[in-house]
Ligand binder design. Structure first.
Ligand SMILES: [Zn+2]
Length: 232
């Protein structure tokens, strides 16, 4: 599935033969004029390597910090902390649970969501999938809004994406790696202008959706200014 710059989530489909199944992509049109995505291809090879290296450092940083925080919630939960204690210690993290995973300490699904998010963030952090650059006219990157997609066991980053910040790239790679560890969002119906995770209504769907999980993990780490929504 292709990962797109997001301002208008008009749904489009393309079938490129790249990857193991038909690819589905989320298109955007309105934002492109105001938020141009070309220019990445003009960076030198060294500049691109540097930016990708920085993006990988950032991805590791965000996921590691997120994992530490989520483990603290998990450990506190195992000590049978009350809801009030959890809110007292972990309010920003619990708001992230509410926003992205549609669950809070008061809900029966909360312990499962904590354990599962710990597992998924850890798996993403440990994943060493190959990241390769793909020309802007190749495969899913031929759609102008696409940032990255996964296929053949690795992450493919469109050349244009190198014009974006390293934090945006870190988000994009984390998103694609969530796909590689088994998450998908093929059945979600997007509404134009809204975040794709808004269309997800249950915790189980959120925990299997890279849009929700990536922004959840990055927000838990450093706050909402570091989500895909804010950085891409
Ligand atoms: Zn995706």
């Amino acid at each position: 599935m292709g990962l797109h710059f997001q301002q208008d989530f008009t749904r489009v489909r393309s079938h490129t033969g790249i990857g193991s199944s038909a690819e589905e992509a989320v298109g955007l049109q309105a934002a492109q004029a105001a938020n141009p995505v070309s220019g990445g291809a003009t960076l030198s090879k060294e500049e691109k390597q540097k930016k990708l290296g920085r993006a990988e450092e950032l991805r590791a940083h965000f996921l590691r910090k997120s994992l530490v925080q989520l483990r603290q919630v998990e450990i506190t939960l195992e000590k049978h902390a009350t809801h009030a204690q959890l809110w007292e210690f972990f309010a920003p993290t619990l708001w992230s649970f509410r926003l992205w995973l549609k669950v809070g300490p008061e809900d029966t699904g909360f312990p499962k969501a904590v354990h599962e998010s710990v597992r998924l963030v850890r798996e993403n952090l440990r994943n060493t999938a190959k990241i390769v650059e793909v020309a802007d006219d190749f495969g899913l990157c031929a759609a102008p809004s696409v940032i990255a997609f996964f296929g053949n066991g690795g992450v493919n980053v469109c050349s244009r994406s190198y014009a974006r910040s390293a934090t945006c790239l870190a988000n994009a790679v984390a998103h694609e790696i969530f796909h590689l560890v088994g998450l998908a969002h093929g059945s979600v119906i997007y509404s134009p202008g809204s975040h794709p995770c808004d269309a997800v209504s249950t915790t189980d769907q959120s925990l299997t959706n890279p849009w929700c999980m990536t922004d959840f993990a990055f927000q838990v780490a450093e706050g909402s200014l570091y989500t895909f929504e804010a950085t891409c």
